[in-house]
Design a protein around this ligand. Structure first.
Ligand code: HEM
Ligand SMILES: *[C@@H]1O[C@H](CO)[C@@H](O)[C@H](O)[C@H]1NC(C)=O
Ligand SMILES: *[C@@H]1O[C@H](CO)[C@@H](O)[C@H](O)[C@H]1NC(C)=O
Ligand SMILES: *[C@@H]1O[C@H](CO)[C@@H](O)[C@H](O)[C@H]1NC(C)=O
Ligand SMILES: *[C@@H]1O[C@H](CO)[C@@H](O)[C@H](O)[C@H]1NC(C)=O
Length: 595
């Protein structure tokens, strides 16, 4: 009798298990994590077929969905100003910021900006396109971009989870209706092409999506500002580009001026159209930079700067070998890049009246991890193609795209001075607000959206919440363009189903600004974490000896865009990330202007 009982129990258990395994394959059971129930960065874990738990550990919240604030969280929430107010204060009250700039308060506010922003980025990194949960593989395998939010679970009933339409809008329809430029709309912040090409040149050292394998892989294993766009993303390429003398990089002379060597001399892989002569292909660290004269121009400037820095070091350290001169110059170049990006590029982009300061020691007293991993979301949001104009105005001529792409002779014909002058004077397009992408880059927007679908990126509103922004409640709140709101609503069905990239670009812009709230509040944390998370900013590295002594350290600390250009050219053109502001700046430059 007893034996029989045990057998019955065993049989029943098997039946129950069979049934539950059947029902978990049953499409009527919805994975509860598809509802994104966990708020405030809580982690959704599925239990059983239809159960879930939110892990609210150290979020400052508790409860089933991490929605109840703990006491100190409640206090902090009460004191925390709205990001729109903070932005307003940082961009108004000139008299106040004049008091703050260059006083001890500048350090305090700057430290606050850096910590508040970078605290939003997990470090060490978390998920990637394959792993929606923590895993050693995700941490260890640098070929993946990381991700802040896990992918939409595979078994959700709808493409964006549980909201929206069963089929996402046709990508072509989206780009034609909302992205295509009607009439060029210049950026109201006065951004120019010198900025636009800097954006592209700077970011393509760490955004190098590997399109050969499926979604979410990168070829840039440095995951940050490693100057791989100057020196190559692997050791073999670096050695091919190096002269192996005095730390220098290889170069060619045209009319006595230094330019990158040709592929005929330095046989590295560069992307050029089939049949393009090897003697006209320029050999550069980044293989795609041949496409635009704006990129080869920056490549030329950094090449000259590297070789100039090597000479400064050699004069001080005649005993140093080629390797030490090269390696130390590379660290100086990385420092110069970070300094110029923070103090001029981000300063311009932010529109802040607070003078931004690159000073790693601001973070020495606080908790901060010196590491960085490039995120897929960061790569997606940085597709700033609306910056591109309708054509290029150089030295009195108008050059259409057809003559601009892969045209090596533009660089050597005009020279660095005239290109810098031209690009600094020509306005770039406003990035946000839609209807501002030139035809030649419209296809790229399509590719971005397709890529995000392949990678199953979560909805725009989930990212808003992750970055402590209120989710939009309607398309009419998202954009002031009523026609766009209506059309988006029809295509997506629900604001909670709006995709990440269209959300970032089409969102209403802030008054007189280059883009909307989300681009700043989501983009800035990735950016600042990447810049300050660089090893040269750590206490062990940030000292004169790292850069070959006080001279090298000072090159890093005092670098500016203007010095970068004018210490490496015959005459000093108009050079800025802003179009000319006054009569004097609008005056054409003469080839004799001193720095
Ligand atoms: C006429 C100028 C430009 C053309 C023809 C162009 C074209 C392209 C193409 C074909 C791609 C690859 C598509 C993809 O990866 O999804 C791409 C990627 C990208 N572009 Fe542009 N682009 C231009 C200017 C710019 C500018 C000014 C920026 C400014 C930030 C920019 C940022 C990016 C980024 C971040 C990527 C992703 C890179 C990667 O994932 O490897 N592009 N662009
Ligand atoms: C938690 O979220 C789920 C799914 O969104 C919802 O059904 C449930 O009512 C929420 N629980 C609480 C306590 O708010
Ligand atoms: C403070 O810095 C901002 C940004 O660089 C600038 O616009 C403002 O004029 C500065 N004020 C002073 C007194 O330096
Ligand atoms: C990283 O992951 C990919 C895909 O699984 C694999 O092909 C590659 O070999 C891995 N790289 C390393 C260094 O393990
Ligand atoms: C390259 O640019 C030059 C100068 O603008 C122009 O004359 C030439 O036709 C261009 N070459 C091509 C192949 O478009």
């Amino acid at each position: 009798m007893k034996e029989f009982d045990t057998f019955t129990v065993w049989l029943l258990m098997n039946l129950v298990m069979l049934q539950s395994s059947l029902s978990s394959g049953d499409s009527s059971v919805v994975n509860p994590c598809c509802h994104y129930p966990c708020q405030n960065a809580g982690v959704c874990v599925r239990f059983g077929p239809d159960g879930y738990k939110c892990d609210c550990t150290r979020t400052g919240f508790y409860g089933e969905n991490c929605t109840n604030p703990e006491f100190w969280t409640r206090v902090r929430l009460m004191l925390k100003p709205d990001p729109a107010l903070v932005h307003y204060i940082l961009t108004h009250f000139q008299w106040f910021w004049d008091l703050v700039n260059n006083s001890f308060l500048q350090d305090t506010v700057m430290r606050l900006v850096l910590t508040v922003r970078s605290d939003l980025i997990p470090s060490p990194p978390t998920y990637n396109t394959k792993y929606g949960y923590l895993s050693w593989e995700s941490y260890y395998n640098l070929s993946y971009y990381t991700r802040l939010l896990p992918p939409v679970p595979e078994d959700c009933p709808l493409p964006m989870g549980t909201k929206g339409k069963p089929v996402l809008p046709d990508v072509k329809t989206l780009t034609e209706k909302f992205f295509r430029r009607q009439k060029f709309r210049p950026d109201p912040q006065g951004t120019n092409l010198m900025f636009a090409f800097m954006a592209q040149h700077f970011t393509h050292q760490f955004f190098k999506t590997n399109h050969k394998v499926q979604q979410g892989f990168t070829k840039a294993l440095g995951h940050g500002v490693d100057a791989g766009h100057i020196y190559g993303d692997n050791l073999e390429r670096q050695h091919q580009l190096r002269l192996h003398k005095d730390g220098h990089l290889k170069y060619q002379l045209v009319d006595g001026e230094m330019y990158p060597p040709t592929v005929a001399e330095v046989p590295v892989h560069m992307v050029y159209p089939k049949g393009f002569p090897m003697e006209q292909r320029l050999a550069i660290g980044q293989e795609v930079y041949g496409i635009l004269p704006g990129l080869t121009m920056y490549a030329t400037i950094w090449l000259r700067e590297h070789n100039r820095v090597c000479d400064v070091l050699k004069a001080e350290h005649p005993t140093w070998d080629d390797e030490q001169l090269f390696q130390t110059s590379r660290l100086i170049i990385i420092g110069e890049i970070i300094n110029i990006i923070i103090q001029e590029y981000v300063q311009h982009l932010s529109g802040y009246l607070l003078k931004l300061k690159f000073d790693p020691s601001l973070l020495f007293g606080v908790r901060f991890q010196y590491s960085n991993r490039i995120a897929l979301e960061f790569c997606q949001l940085y597709h700033w193609h609306p910056l591109m104009p309708d054509s290029f105005h150089i030295d009195g001529e108008e050059i259409p795209y057809s003559q601009f792409f892969y045209n090596t002779s533009i660089l050597t014909h005009y020279g660095v001075e005239k290109l810098v002058d031209a690009f600094s004077r020509q306005p770039a397009g406003q990035i946000g607000g839609g209807h501002n992408s030139h035809e030649v880059v419209l296809k790229v927007a399509e590719m971005v959206i397709r890529e995000s679908r392949g990678a199953r990126m979560q909805p725009f509103n989930e990212y808003r919440k992750r970055f402590k922004l209120k989710p939009y409640t309607s398309f009419y709140e998202f954009t002031d363009d009523v026609e766009m709101a209506r059309a988006l609503e029809e295509l997506y069905g629900d604001i909670d189903a709006l995709e990440f990239y269209p959300g970032m670009i089409l969102e209403k812009t802030r008054p007189n600004s280059i883009f909307g709230e989300s681009m700043v509040e989501i983009g800035a944390p990735f950016s600042l974490k990447g810049l300050l998370g660089n090893p040269i900013c750590s206490p062990e590295y940030w000292k004169p000896s790292t850069f070959g002594g006080d001279a090298g350290f000072s090159i890093v600390k005092t670098s500016t865009l203007k010095k970068l250009v004018c210490l490496n050219t015959r005459w000093c053109p108009y050079v800025d990330f802003h179009v000319p502001r006054n009569e004097e700046e609008r005056e054409p430059r003469k080839p004799s202007t001193e720095l």
